[in-house]
Structure formats: C-alpha cells, structure tokens
Design a protein around this ligand. Structure first.
Ligand code: 13P
Length: 339
C-alpha cells in the first residue's frame, strides 16, 4: 500500500461514529503516580498486568477504535503471549504510540515549556511500525497566566508539532496533534478561549507550512473552560459553546476527527461536556474522546492491583467507554451513570 492509502486506511479505522480512543500511554513516572493512588508499586510486571486488563476488556472495541501505548507497552505481551499491538488489533482497536519525550522549560521564556523528541524520530518509526504502531501522539503543553503562554512558546510548540506531524506522515503513521492548554490556574473561561484560539491558529498555520495533509491528522485538544482554581466553575453548556466556537474558528473542515483529552476533569464531567458539544448541531468534524484519566480512573480504583478484581475493573472501563461512545453521538443521559 502506498503511504497515502495507508494513512487514509488508518484514519478511516480510527474515526468512527460512536467510538473514541483510549489514552493508555502514561510514561514511567506518570503510571507510577497513578499506581500510588491505589498503593501499588510500579514494576514492569504490574504495568504489564494493568495494560493487559485494559486491552482484554471484552467488548471494548465496540466503543474504542484506537489505543495510545507507551514505548514499553508496545513491546510487552498479554497473558496469552500475544504482543499488545496485535492483541489490540485483534479486537478491532488500532494501536498507536506516544513518541514525544516529554516537556522541558523553554529557554529564555520563564514559565513556558517545550516538548522534545524530534531528533531521530524518523528512525524510531522503523521499529514502531514493525511492532504494529499505525499512529502516533505528541503532546505540547501551554500554561496559562495573565502573560503566559508567550508568543514564543505558541510559535515554538506549533513548529515542533508540525514537524512531528510531517515526519509521521512521511513514515505512513497518522499523527495525533495534541496541543494541551492546561486547566491549572485561576483564569476565566474567556482567557482559556483566547489562549486556545491563538494556540490552534498557530498550530494549523505551522501544519500548512510543514506540508502536513490535514485529512490525515487527528487533533487532540483540551476543552475551553475556566481554570480549576477559578471561583466560578464553567457550566457544561458554557464549555460546549465556548469550545465549539474556538474550534470552528481555527480547525479546517478537512480534519476528520477531533478527539479531546480529559485533562483533569472528572469522568462524568468529561462525558457530559463531550455530549453537550455533539448536541449543538451538525459539525464539520467527528467530535470524540481520547481520554486517559477520565476512562481509567474508575477501572484503576476497582482493580487496586488485585487479580480477583480484574472483571470488576473491566466492567468499570467498559461502562465509561460505552457512555463516552454515547456522548460522541450526543446521546448520553446522566441517568445512564446508574446501573
Ligand atoms: P488525560 O485524558 O488524562 O488528560 O490524558 C490524555 C492524554 O493523552 C494526555 O496526553
């Protein structure tokens, strides 16, 4: 298959009505932090057992079309000896990989951050592809204050995201482009909208300059909402309207799928907000989820590292996947949380 057809086939498999992505790509330090909340040590075997639990959840492929894995997980195997990428693919879930190497302070720009990992990326894709990865993820992070992010941070991160996207596409890998405007802070929803609009505008300008094909990317943005320390938390209706307004202003309709990150929202909030956006009427793109914490918190708490809890944990994951699948269609009802 030529590269264009390969990219097209992957996008087609990932963007499906009523389905979204499971972000299970926590790095070593991040998964250790998650395990700490259930009093579990982060050993290689515990990480493998946990990812095995997630990926062998019966019926998950009905609501989840893709899973983002971390490099270590891409090379691990399920209980039956099947490598995780093949295990996911067998259940109709496209395997992908987080390829950025994390963020560092942006030089000469106090408070801003930049994501690293471009050097050698094209070479790394040879192995990732052989292992089964069909898409990748790169996360840029923007802190909000009255003066942050700086123009420099907006431009530098957009350029890195776009270069990453171009390298992916040349390798036949679909890039998930993730500019995350953090919800930490006491800023208003208006400030969140202003920053998100500037960030997305710059990202699409850079994607154009770097010759990325918009039909063959997925955008993974944050929702527009007041900072978590702001006195007044945003309503579901306000978040939906503000987020869709910013997306309409900045994201070309050539983009097939937008999959949100949850960013610290509770599982129920993340579902309700996605649902409200999909009830706003026809949109040019498929609006769905690529949640990490909002999908995994309930199963992680149900599991607690105990083999006897695996079935209950899988039920908890399947429930969130099903409710988010409904939200991706604008058909979620809060009443479905019970039962
Ligand atoms: P959260 O949904 O927990 O924000 O994670 C999504 C993700 O992939 C962040 O990079």
């Amino acid at each position: 298959m030529d590269t264009r057809s390969e990219l097209q086939a992957t996008v087609d498999a990932m963007v499906q009505p009523g389905k979204g992505l499971l972000a299970a790509d926590e790095s070593g330090p991040t998964i250790a932090k998650r395990f700490k909340t259930i009093g579990l040590e982060s050993t290689e075997e515990n990480r493998r057992a946990y990812r095995n639990l997630l990926l062998t959840t019966p019926g998950l492929g009905e609501f989840v079309s893709g899973v983002i894995l971390y490099e270590e997980t891409l090379g691990q195997k399920g209980d039956d000896g099947t490598p995780f990428p093949q295990l996911a693919a067998r259940n109709g879930i496209v395997p992908g990989i987080k390829v950025d190497l994390g963020k560092v302070p942006l030089a000469l720009a106090p408070g801003d951050e930049i994501t690293e990992g471009l050097d050698g990326l094209a070479r790394r894709f040879v192995d990732y592809k052989r292992q089964g990865a069909r898409f990748a993820k790169w996360r840029a992070v923007y802190n909000i204050t009255e003066r942050l992010p700086s123009r420099l941070a907006i431009e530098a991160n957009a350029d890195s995201l776009a270069r990453y996207a171009a390298i992916c596409q040349e390798a036949g890998i679909v890039p998930i482009v993730e500019p995350e405007v953090l919800m930490d802070g006491d800023h208003t929803i208006e400030r969140s909208a202003e920053v998100t609009e500037a960030v997305l505008h710059e990202v699409f300008d850079a994607l154009h300059r770097h010759r990325a094909v918009l039909e063959h990317i997925l955008l993974k943005p944050s929702m527009v909402l007041a900072g978590s320390d702001h006195a007044q938390q945003s309503s579901v209706a306000d978040i939906a309207v503000a987020t869709v307004r910013v997306l309409r202003r900045t994201v070309p309709s050539a983009v097939r799928g937008i999959v949100f990150l949850s960013g610290g929202q509770t599982p129920e909030e993340a579902t309700a907000n996605l649902d409200a956006m999909n009830r706003l009427g026809a949109l040019p793109w498929n609006l769905s989820f690529s949640y990490g914490r909002a999908l995994q918190e309930p199963p992680l708490q149900a599991w607690r590292g105990q083999p006897g809890n695996v079935a209950a944990a899988q039920q908890a994951l399947l429930k969130r996947a099903r409710l988010n699948g409904a939200a991706a269609l604008g058909k979620y009802e809060a009443g479905q949380e019970k039962g």
